[in-house]
Design a protein around this ligand. Structure first.
Ligand code: B12
Ligand code: SF4
Ligand code: SF4
Length: 342
């Protein structure tokens, strides 16, 4: 075995010991192209072009279509987002990790209940995944003291899904999320960028085939074509990232939001590869009683202070008090009218 593959195996072993369910390694193209980026373009480049060029083309197309809506941070520095070597000069490898967040619980289907996306039933994954990733980063430094590294979970300028595919963790499904043969739709991602050249894994193959269940399941038609998402129509965006008030949303979309008060899992739930999903042992993902049974009438009256204490350490803080109450209001408006008592 070469020193690069011994190192790669040691890192993977440590990642698993730290509780990551999936780990893989992707390499940046070498030698790096002298002119790193093609001119601005709105078509998807050929598959035989280097991955950073392909990512730049796909991101540029998505931004040109304004599918990022009001998430201006996505458009801030797309070249940097498409190329990890712009984030960490000399970057050669990405160690990509995934954590299974599936738990064997059924959300409340009663009329008064809202619906919260699975990833937000427990603690905020950003915190505990980042802590473990830092430990993995320290482990890498213990093996290669002069290694340069940077690590991110969700919030860094890295396109995490294509790199997860490149590292063999799973493929980008038609709903644009990573699907894994071992964990179905339920992996959250993170990565360490490093200047250390590591033996890489084979990219995962796309197994979607002729299936299009996720596209059909989307209530708002946000997956405008396979592998292309218009975030402005996506309920996840509308309930988490969008900052407007109830009446700023078109009535048609408001209706389709239904009782979803934070995020949406419809395109993930329907995927046939979830047949292999296994419950996670990670305590951080275990649901709280109220996140499985969020009662809309009670939540509508939450004060700012009550909201802050209820959502302490939870991803549910993201839309802030105003956004959360707006979502609850939409959920209440969408409840079927009560049948009058005779
Ligand atoms: C912005 C963002 C959103 C936006 C936009 C989503 C989107 N699809 O872009 C909104 C708010 C809508 C959102 C929603 C959700 N998100 Co989000 N989000 C992100 C974020 C921060 C950036 C994603 C991004 O770069 N988008 C820009 C577009 C251009 O990139 P893209 O999605 O990768 O799409 C391109 C590829 O699919 C590419 N492509 C297609 N096929 C192929 C094949 C190859 C080989 C290559 C190279 C590329 C490629 O073409 C597309 C361009 O059209 C990432 C974290 C990160 N830093 O990556 C988390 C992230 C994608 N989100 C995540 C999650 C969990 C969700 C939700 C499931 C949450 C929920 N339950 O409500 C939903 C899912 C909605 C959906 N169907 O995508 C996870 C996904 C984990 C996974 N298993 O894939 C991530 C990775 C966060 C994390 N660290 O775990 N999210
Ligand atoms: S998260 Fe919901 S709204 Fe967004 S693409 Fe998936 S099914 Fe459609
Ligand atoms: S539902 Fe079908 S098309 Fe969508 S990601 Fe899963 S396998 Fe692919």
């Amino acid at each position: 075995m070469s020193p690069r593959s011994i190192l790669a195996n040691q890192i993977k072993e440590e990642a698993r010991r730290l509780g990551f369910d999936a780990v893989g390694i992707a390499r940046l193209p070498t030698p790096l192209p002298t002119i790193r980026f093609p001119p601005a373009q709105s078509t998807i480049p050929n598959a035989d072009e280097s991955i950073t060029w392909r990512l730049w083309g796909r991101l540029k197309k998505w931004l040109d279509l304004r599918f990022h809506g009001t998430m201006e941070w996505m458009a801030k520095d797309p070249k940097r987002r498409a190329d990890p070597a712009e984030v960490l000069p000399g970057c050669q490898s990405l160690v990509v990790v995934g954590m299974n967040y599936y738990t064997d619980h059924t959300p409340d289907e009663s009329k008064a209940a809202g619906r919260i996306a699975r990833y937000a039933w427990g603690k905020d994954y950003h915190g505990f995944m980042k802590d473990r990733l830092r430990q993995l980063e320290n482990f890498l430094h213990s093996l290669v003291p002069d290694a340069q590294t940077k690590s991110y979970v969700d919030t860094g300028p890295i396109m995490e899904k294509p790199w997860a595919q490149e590292a063999g963790i799973g493929w980008i499904g038609k709903h644009t999320n990573i699907v894994s043969t071992d964990f179905g739709s339920w992996l959250l991602l993170g990565e360490i960028l490093t200047t250390v050249p590591l033996d890489c894994d084979e990219p995962a193959l796309d197994l979607c085939g002729t299936c299009s269940l996720c596209i059909q399941a989307c209530p708002t038609g946000a997956i405008v074509e396979p592998y292309l998402l218009d975030a402005e129509r996506c309920i996840s965006y509308l309930t988490i990232e969008y900052r407007g008030g109830v009446n700023d949303l078109p009535a048609e979309l408001r209706k389709k939001i239904g009782n979803r008060i934070f995020g949406c899992d419809d395109c993930l739930d329907i995927c046939p590869f979830n047949i292999n999903a296994k419950p996670t042992f990670e305590p951080g993902f275990q649901p709280l009683p109220w996140t499985l049974h969020p009662q809309l009438p009670a939540l509508a009256n939450l004060t700012k202070d009550e909201f802050q204490s209820l959502t302490k350490g939870s991803p549910l803080r993201r839309p802030k008090h105003e956004g959360f109450i707006r979502n609850v209001q939409i959920g209440l408006d969408n409840r079927a009218p009560r049948v009058p008592l005779s």
